[in-house]
Design a protein. Structure first.
Length: 173
């Protein structure tokens, strides 16, 4: 009589649904940037953060026991962080912030006016520069640019505005 111990089933076939995580603070996936959030009492003033970008990816392991290559994920997220590093982040799709691009960047928000050199600014296709919108933006970019395999079930990107406070955007695939 056969027992369950006599039947060999590869471990990865039983327990192959995994979650892998990239922690931006520890992995060095950080950027410093200035921004403001219109119509928010405190955050409508220009200020900055040291941000960290995090990722959680859920999927099935392959026959080698991997979900995805950590190095490739980190390389992609680091590229995104580098593009935002030491810049002023502006919303390019806002009803409350008017951005004009010429020899310089002219910004009008309420009764305030800002002028920035072109090289100091990044304009994102988002309505607001909150951590929530940054997380959604980075999730969309990751999904557009990173080659995911068919075993991936969910991708979550988090943006920390410093230790202890973050926003997360999730996409079920």
């Amino acid at each position: 009589m056969l027992s369950s111990l006599d039947i060999f089933i590869p471990f990865y076939l039983i327990y192959n649904n995994m979650e892998i995580r990239i922690h931006g603070w520890e992995a060095g996936i950080r950027f410093s940037a200035g921004h403001f959030v219109p119509r928010h009492k405190k955050c409508e003033r220009m200020h900055g953060h040291i941000y960290a970008v995090n990722a959680i990816i859920e999927g099935e392991q392959d026959e080698d026991g991997m979900v995805l290559d950590f190095l490739e994920i980190k390389k992609t997220l680091k590229k995104f962080a580098n593009e935002l590093d030491h810049r002023v982040i502006l919303p390019g799709n806002s009803d409350f912030v008017k951005v004009e691009v010429g020899d310089e960047i002219q910004v009008k928000v309420g009764d305030k006016r800002y002028t920035f050199p072109l090289t100091d600014v990044v304009i994102l296709d988002i309505p607001n520069t909150s951590a929530e919108e940054l997380a959604k933006f980075l999730l969309k970019r990751f999904l557009d640019e990173f080659e995911l395999n068919e075993r991936i079930k969910e991708v979550t990107i988090g943006v920390d505005e410093g230790p202890g406070q973050s926003a997360w955007a999730r996409k079920r695939l």
